[in-house]
Design a protein around this ligand. Structure first.
Ligand code: DGT
Ligand code: CA
Ligand code: CA
Ligand code: ZN
Length: 580
């Protein structure tokens, strides 16, 4: 018997089905239902196949009876009948075509049905021989735009998702450069980058300008842009040297709020927003809010005006994922920010794989305004050479004491990031751990354990009296590594029961716990930490990414332990709670 499909394989099957339905002209709700099911499968912490066999898969968000049937089919036959049917109807190359500007699923299908065009290559050939202009709704201008887009490499390869910090590094440069353009008035990032999502498919920029055409043309002239397709008076599309697509829309100022709201998304937030509006007799689109009764359209210069007209509290962009921010009882939380942090409890020095010394790390932390830092180098069995043996840890404790004498204005804690061994125990003896001020336990080996064993391992670590916090609790790397199999509900319950903190590791490729899990932890009374895991003094600023995740998790300063003073924080450590 073949083994069950992984959560990722199930997610991919749903994504493919969403693409196919979109091509087939299904309504947007159906398409989005499959997209959110794909997301639920990707985010599930337990095996979706196993859940399905237990008849409990509908407990996942966004998975109802219809989707359950599809998963059952996938388990039993290895495929989903609807996908088989649609695949036979539409060649794979059609999906590539829908990525071109001016060619959504509907129009791509039309070219396929009328001319048999089924790939980007066939499309290019038809455009070159002026074969597209005979189809109704397509003209010479469209042929030119196809050639210019293909020339610019747009639509050429499936869009790769880019980590947020890479996308913003470029996105913020583009916004700053456009703002300097003489024609520019307002220029703002929208889309997933503005929502501070884990990763970004493309950058969306909304602007107003005294001369919209001039600003649209300016995009293609920026140094960071590798190529751009021919701009029109209100929009431009380009691609950065790193391959990131950029969409710029220049809009009228009295409409800026509508467009910024629309293109900030998320798509799921927008769909729910539209449904909430319809119940009030209003129709929301990127062009304004239409009042059914009066027939008048309200154009909004600001996003605040959009939400106000709908009778909704303004949600920060990080919250716009349709996770309760549109419900009637929603009260905007005072989200935690970088300036709230007063300490950093996870960083490395030359004693393990860091680049800088204890003093350099401490001074840099003090310069950021922190009151305390913990030096947490890797423990003995981790890695090949980059580790701190028990003997070395004794000397490290002395070095931290010495640094505390030298560096003024900050408390330096002697700590460790000890490996959690496969049986759940730490690398060092309890006597040695007891001499430290702070202990993080992390899994760095044996990632492949089955969920039950990995959960047992993690819960054992959480129950250890000297482990104050768990580092990067799921082990995921956003674009490159799946979380290890883990029953996170059990982990959260154990952390809450024992007063063990869970980390939001800020390394931009980790952001672990993620937004959904961090929120679940906080709701269950677990204190979270936002740590840099810096391997050099210049990386302490990575907390920006952990804070972004904390905000997407609806966290306030209260939920984050290291927003507290040292006096308060130190009393919250498990060791202090135990002796109280
Ligand atoms: P990504 O994939 O990282 O680029 O994520 P977004 O959210 O930036 O998605 P994108 O660039 O495809 O679209 C930007 C925004 O436009 C999206 O957040 C909401 C809006 N939007 C896009 N497609 C739809 C849709 O089908 N329905 C609604 N209501 N809004 C949409
Ligand atoms: Ca986007
Ligand atoms: Ca976009
Ligand atoms: Zn680690």
């Amino acid at each position: 018997m073949a083994s069950d499909p992984s959560n990722l394989q199930i997610a991919a099957a749903f994504d493919e089905l969403a693409d196919l339905y979109e091509l087939d002209g299904a309504n947007v709700h159906r398409v989005l239902a499959y997209r959110s099911a794909a997301k639920a499968a990707r985010e599930a912490t337990v095996s979706v196949a196993a859940l399905t066999r237990q008849g409990a898969v509908t407990s996942l968000p966004g998975i109802g009876k219809t989707l359950e049937e599809k998963i059952v089919a996938l388990l039993e036959t290895g495929d989903i009948p609807a996908a088989v049917k649609l695949r036979a109807k539409y060649p794979a190359g059609l999906l590539d075509m829908t990525r071109l500007p001016g060619l959504g699923p509907k129009r791509a299908r039309k070219l396929f049905e009328e001319l048999g065009i089924d790939s980007l290559d066939a499309l290019r050939a038809a455009a070159e021989t002026e074969g597209l202009r005979d189809v109704k709704g397509f003209g010479a201008k469209f042929e030119a735009s196809v050639l210019s887009s293909l020339q610019a490499g747009i639509g050429e390869r499936p869009a790769q998702r880019v980590l947020l910090h890479r996308a913003l590094e470029i996105g913020e440069q583009i916004v700053a450069a456009l703002r300097e353009h003489p024609a520019a008035e307002r220029v703002e990032l929208a889309g997933s980058a503005r929502r501070q999502a884990d990763s970004v498919k493309d950058l969306d920029i909304i602007a107003t300008a005294s001369d919209p055409g001039a600003l649209a043309r300016a995009l293609g002239e920026l140094d960071v842009i590798e190529s751009a397709s021919a701009p029109n008076d209100t929009a431009a599309r380009g691609r950065t040297h790193t391959g990131l697509p950029v969409d710029l829309r220049v809009v009228s100022p009295d409409n800026f709020g509508n467009l910024l709201q629309h293109f900030t998304g998320s798509a799921a937030h927008n769909v729910a927003l539209r449904e909430a509006a319809v119940r009030r007799g209003l129709h929301v689109s990127e062009y304004g809010i239409l009042d059914d009764e009066t027939g008048e359209t309200l154009r909004c210069a600001t996003e605040e005006a959009v939400y106000e007209r709908l009778g909704l509290a303004y949600p920060e962009p990080e919250l716009r994922e349709n996770r309760g921010e549109l419900s009637p009882g929603f009260v905007a939380p005072q989200l935690v920010c970088v300036d709230d942090l007063r300490g950093d409890l996870h960083m490395h020095t030359r004693a393990s794989d860091g680049r800088d010394t204890i003093e350099q790390m401490a001074r840099a932390a003090r310069d950021r305004g922190y009151e305390y830092v913990a030096i947490t180098d890797h423990s003995a069995t981790h890695g090949f050479g980059n580790h701190v043996t028990p003997d070395e840890l004794e000397r490290q404790i002395e070095r931290v004491a010495a640094a505390n004498e030298i560096v003024e204005g900050i408390t330096i804690l002697a700590g460790t990031e000890t490996n959690i061994l496969p049986d759940g125990s730490p690398d060092y003896d309890d006597e040695l751990l007891a001499r430290l001020d702070w202990v993080i336990g992390s899994v760095h080996t044996s990632f492949g354990m089955p969920a039950a064993e990995m959960t047992k391992r993690m819960v054992a670590a959480i129950e250890h009296p000297w482990i104050d916090a768990i580092g990067h609790p799921t082990g995921r790397k956003i674009t490159s590594r799946q979380p290890y199999a883990l029953n996170l509900d059990d982990v959260i319950a154990a952390a809450a029961r024992t007063g063990t903190m869970l980390e939001i590791n800020s390394a931009p490729d980790r952001r672990d716990l993620d937004d959904v899990n961090a929120r679940a932890a906080a709701e269950n009374g677990v204190l979270l930490l936002v740590d840099s895991d810096a391997h050099g003094a210049d990386r302490l600023q990575h907390v920006r990414w952990g804070i972004a995740t904390a905000r997407r998790a609806w966290l306030t300063p209260d939920h984050v332990a290291n927003t507290r003073s040292w006096a308060e924080f130190s009393a919250l450590r498990k060791r202090a709670r135990a002796t109280r």
